[in-house]
Design a protein around this ligand. Structure first.
Ligand SMILES: [Zn+2]
Length: 367
């Protein structure tokens, strides 16, 4: 198997770049089909219409139905084909990205992703997560290519809730450690190959950027101001983590996240919040050095990522429930098998409990 790195053809990030949308998409298509939520449309329509006037571009807006489901994708493919549009532009959060990518795949069109939050590392990837109409996970749709363009307006992101940016940091926190595990175990990445020196360097840069700019970015997001530190974190959450996870692979942190979703109480947490706890658990499984563990947990405490099960909403710890989480995490279709040593559900369950105890220990020290 070859070493393969994937990425969007172009990544554009900056303050007020949404106002340049029609300039940047000129080489991709002439008539954009803009998929956006009803509330998102209210926020961005004026900016995009102004940009369209400047570049003499016609626009077609379509309001997203709310779920990235087969029914919604099929509906959109029909509307898209009737519209005469020649490119898809998805503006909003994770489900709109996934839907826009799936729509573009089935309609055989180029796609541009415009995230309005930096809450996950999904925008740059060649992957869509498909749900049922009721919002339950259905399947991963692996796409043959990454988006043609990802355009990130940091002014807009700086005004989104700070907790979403922190959640994105939690997702990005796992990237380097999962990449390192996949490298040690010689596990393949998401695009049918192995990591490259470039993708490993990107994963490491992602972690280093979190450590150097995470707290500063959090404070910026709380004040709803756009600073260099916030821009660096937006890039880490969106691009560095996106390329890092897809081109290096994932391991225990995300497997534990997936297991945790079985516990109802955790549904109030965002993806990246659970992934952060999964990252700490992965470090416990690896018996990482105290120095490294402290660096990661202190980062979590500084920015407000969960370090205990209580932080995830699990106030009463039931070992049988955690065993279910561990069994799911060790399932044949999950990525626990990408760890460099073999693990049983019992070992994972014990590591989750140990992580929770360590979380309490360091929380007390941190105060
Ligand atoms: Zn993730």
């Amino acid at each position: 198997m070859a070493n393969i790195i994937g990425s969007p053809e172009r990544y554009i990030q900056g303050r007020e770049v949404l106002g340049e949308l029609c300039k940047h998409i000129q080489n991709i298509g002439k008539l954009p089909f803009i998929l956006v939520s009803a509330s998102g449309k209210e926020r961005v329509e004026n900016i995009i219409v102004k940009s369209a006037e400047e570049y003499n571009t016609k626009l077609v807006f379509e309001v997203f139905g709310g779920e990235c489901s087969r029914n919604e994708i099929n509906r959109l493919v029909k509307v898209y084909k009737e519209s005469g549009c020649d490119m898809v532009v998805g503006i909003g959060g994770g489900k709109i990205h996934d839907t826009a990518k799936a729509l573009a795949f089935y309609a055989e069109s180029p796609v541009v992703i415009v995230p309005t939050i930096a809450g996950t590392d999904a925008p740059c990837s060649a992957l869509s997560v498909i749900y049922t109409d009721d919002g339950a996970f259905e399947e991963y749709l692996f796409l043959p290519r990454n988006p043609n363009m990802v355009l990130v307006d940091t002014q807009i992101i700086s005004c989104a809730p700070a907790r979403l940016l922190v959640s994105g940091m939690g997702d990005a926190l796992a990237t380097y450690f999962e990449a390192r595990a996949c490298m040690q175990s010689d596990s393949p990445n998401f695009i049918g190959g192995y990591h490259t020196v470039t993708s490993m360097a990107i994963a490491r840069l992602c972690y280093d950027t979190l450590l150097s700019d995470g707290v500063k970015a959090l404070v910026s997001a709380q004040a709803k101001v756009c600073t260099k530190a916030l821009e660096n974190i937006v890039e880490a959450n969106t691009y560095l983590s996106g390329i890092g996870f897809e081109s290096c692979g994932i391991a225990a942190a995300h497997a534990i996240h997936n297991g945790l979703t079985a516990i109802h109480e955790t549904h109030q947490c965002y993806h990246g919040e659970k992934v952060a706890f999964g990252t700490l658990t992965q470090l416990v499984l690896e018996n990482a050095s105290t120095e490294e563990f402290e660096e990661v947990i202190n980062f979590c405490l500084e920015v407000g990522l969960p370090v205990t099960l209580g932080d995830l909403g699990i106030h009463e710890i039931k070992t049988n429930e955690l065993m279910e989480v561990a069994k799911l995490a060790c399932g044949p279709n999950d990525t626990m098998g990408n760890m460099p040593f073999s693990l049983t559900p019992e070992m994972v369950c014990d590591a989750i409990i140990a992580t929770d105890k360590l979380g309490h220990y360091y929380k007390a020290k941190h105060l």
